[in-house]
Design a protein around this ligand. Structure first.
Ligand code: NAD
Length: 297
């Protein structure tokens, strides 16, 4: 029987445990606060931000929101981030990507106080992750680590293949998998758009993390018998339904499930974990800034 991992259930359990940390902070007069900044009218970005706000409110994290006209000068965004950096009620800051073309993304990431950078994308936090001294692990790869742990998938000494080399998923995922630390110690290969014969690489893997943003790129024929398959992809494809589309992952679920021992579905696998780990990082940030020790799950 294939174990289909339930990201909602694992996420809910971690959120429940985070409540205990929030109570500890509350006892010291601290309410964790997460600021979201949106400079876009893209409906998907608006949805992501509102999901994050709702998740905060459900857990008792203060949600602060700033919207900036996408046609406004970049300076307006930087001034907003600066004021949030200076606001003691704000412990985490998240600028929803993508930002408009006239705003330099790297400068945005650098403008956030590294102690409030709950996405973990500031160069200081990227460096700390690579050096094995992470302050904030990026939410999606961290969530995957937690999912693997919950499913008792041991990464130590295993062959792992990460498909995708983005700064937000592929690279930090590979960095976590190679760390000499729990949830790491895997021999890790990173594949990308220029990789020759992807299937030959994935078939060698005990653990495949697919994060290419390409619908059903990895099918059952590319999976080793008994492998663990983590599907990060969220792709909209045309469908004959009311909405006119459906969401599919980077893995062809049905054929991969035939061979995998452990697999994540889309939706309901990695997605809920990403938001959970954003809440986790916000609680951690509040603990660091208020100098209150919290017992994180
Ligand atoms: P990205 O476009 O920034 O990066 C995709 C990577 O995949 C690139 O490095 C590229 O080299 C590689 N790639 C593309 N086609 C490939 C191919 N045919 N073979 C091998 N490698 C290939 O995307 P991203 O931001 O890393 O996101 C990846 C996917 O994960 C997207 O579908 C995105 O929507 C989804 N995502 C989901 C969550 C979540 O919480 N569930 C979070 C972040 C991203």
């Amino acid at each position: 029987m294939t174990n289909v991992l339930d990201g909602n259930a694992v996420g809910d359990r971690i959120r429940e445990e985070l409540r205990g940390c929030i109570d500890t902070l509350d006892g010291e007069g601290v309410t964790p606060g997460l600021a979201t900044v949106l400079m876009s009218e893209d409906p998907a970005s608006e949805t992501y931000v509102s999901m994050k706000q709702r998740a905060c409110e459900d857990l008792g994290i203060e949600s602060i929101h700033r919207e900036i006209d996408p046609d406004a000068p970049a300076e307006e965004l930087f001034e907003t981030v600066e004021s949030l950096n200076d606001d003691p009620e704000v412990h985490g800051i998240l600028v929803q990507m993508p930002v408009p073309d006239h705003v330099d993304k790297r400068t945005v990431l650098r403008s956030i106080d590294p102690e409030k950078d709950v996405d973990g994308f500031h160069p200081e936090n990227v460096g700390r992750l690579v050096a094995g001294d992470a302050r904030f692990k990026p939410c999606t790869p961290h969530g995957i680590q937690k999912l693997l742990e919950a499913a008792d998938v041991d990464t130590e000494g295993k062959e792992a293949v990460v498909v995708g080399r983005s700064d937000i998923v592929g690279k930090p995922m590979a960095n976590l998998l190679i760390q000499k630390a729990p949830g790491g110690n895997a021999t890790t290969t990173v594949c990308h758009s220029r990789t020759d014969d992807l299937g030959a690489k994935t078939r060698e893997a005990d653990i495949v993390v697919a994060a290419a943003g390409y619908p059903e790129l990895v099918d059952g024929s590319m999976i080793a018998e008994g492998a663990t398959v983590i599907d990060v992809g969220v792709n909209r494809v045309d469908a004959d339904n009311e909405k006119g589309y459906e969401l599919v992952g980077d893995v062809e679920f049905e054929s991969a499930k035939e061979r995998a021992e452990v697999i994540t579905p889309v939706p309901g696998g990695v997605g809920p974990m990403t938001i959970t780990m954003l809440l986790y990082n916000t609680v951690k940030a509040a603990g660091i800034q208020a100098d209150v020790p919290v017992d994180l799950p």
